[in-house]
Design a protein around this ligand. Structure first.
Ligand code: SF4
Length: 296
């Protein structure tokens, strides 16, 4: 490959072994496009189907509307539930209004919901290691709260642990994780809780797709001078990929589209560049980035 930058430096572009769409995202996107094509009813998605603005825009161009509340969906419509899952009350409300619900909650997210409910049923104070405002965590906590006497908190960093548990029983603690959490963060929380809980039950619910993408990104980041991480700025798993690269000292650019790379000063020096993408990033966006880097 004869590639020359404006500064006449040869560049080598390497891609991570695991990157881009995971099976959960692919299933949800396929389901939404299929409904857009074949449903005789107007199609809505409750919350963003996945955290990728370019895919949401494509769906919108196909007539699929994203709404933030079930109240915005007219009775008799079709509704797709996002990969991150939702509060089960919303599904009950939709069904009571004759809305056809297609549940695209990822099976790995469903597993976290089930484990959080199981722990609550067994009387554990439940900790979810994840961002409280993230839709996946909102859905997990809402599932757990359906259990009488449920006690559940979300923390995103080990430092938040003691404040979050204030006033709650801490002898029996159960821990689950957001599917896209960084492993290090999850293990740090588990280690901290083990210091004071008399009984501790842990389910590592980080999904295999996240684990593989983080490991592959870290491995590649060791081999290159710069990483380009493609994916939604609101995507947790993409953000964590960039963090994993930076934590080992490799510069990482988190971009949504190739436009952000045009004339970027960080591209002038490195001779080896690695490319990876979050689980909600479609192949065509990644290919545009690779094509651009190869054209330099
Ligand atoms: Fe499912 Fe994991 Fe993909 Fe999220 S990242 S949709 S949990 S497979």
């Amino acid at each position: 490959m004869a590639t020359v930058t404006p500064q006449h430096k040869p560049k080598k572009i390497l891609t991570a072994e695991h990157s881009g769409f995971c099976y959960g995202v692919k299933m949800a996107v396929d389901k939404a496009f299929e409904l857009a094509e074949h449903s005789s009813k107007p199609v809505y998605v409750l919350g963003e189907l996945i955290h990728n603005p370019q895919v949401i825009e494509k769906l919108q161009n196909q007539g699929v509307q994203t709404v933030q509340s079930v109240d915005e969906i007219p009775s008799g419509s079709a509704c797709v539930i996002r990969t991150h899952g939702v509060d089960p009350d919303h599904i009950d409300t939709a069904e009571s209004r004759s809305i056809d619900v297609s549940d695209a909650t990822c099976p790995d997210v469903r597993r976290v919901q089930d484990k959080a409910m199981e722990l609550a049923e067994e009387g554990y104070t439940v900790i979810v290691v994840g961002k409280a405002s993230h839709p996946e965590i909102v859905g997990i906590m809402a599932h757990s709260r359906r259990i009488d006497g449920s006690k559940i908190v979300a923390i995103n960093e080990p430092q938040e642990l003691h404040a979050a548990l204030e006033g709650l029983p801490t002898t029996k603690i159960g821990i689950v994780s957001q599917t896209t959490q960084k492993e290090d963060t999850f293990f740090q929380v588990v280690a901290e809780v083990a210091k004071f809980a008399r009984e501790l039950k842990v389910f590592n619910t980080i999904c295999p797709a996240t684990f593989k993408r983080q490991s592959a990104a870290e491995k590649l980041a060791h081999e290159v001078e710069l990483m380009v991480v493609v994916g939604g700025k609101n995507s947790s798993n993409t953000t964590h990929l960039a963090e994993v690269c930076r934590e080992i000292g490799t510069e990482a650019l988190h971009i949504e589209t190739v436009q952000e790379l045009k004339d970027h000063p960080a591209l002038t020096k490195p001779e080896t560049i690695g490319v990876t993408a979050g689980a909600s990033t479609p192949d065509w966006l990644v290919q545009e980035v690779i094509d651009y880097l190869q054209s330099l």
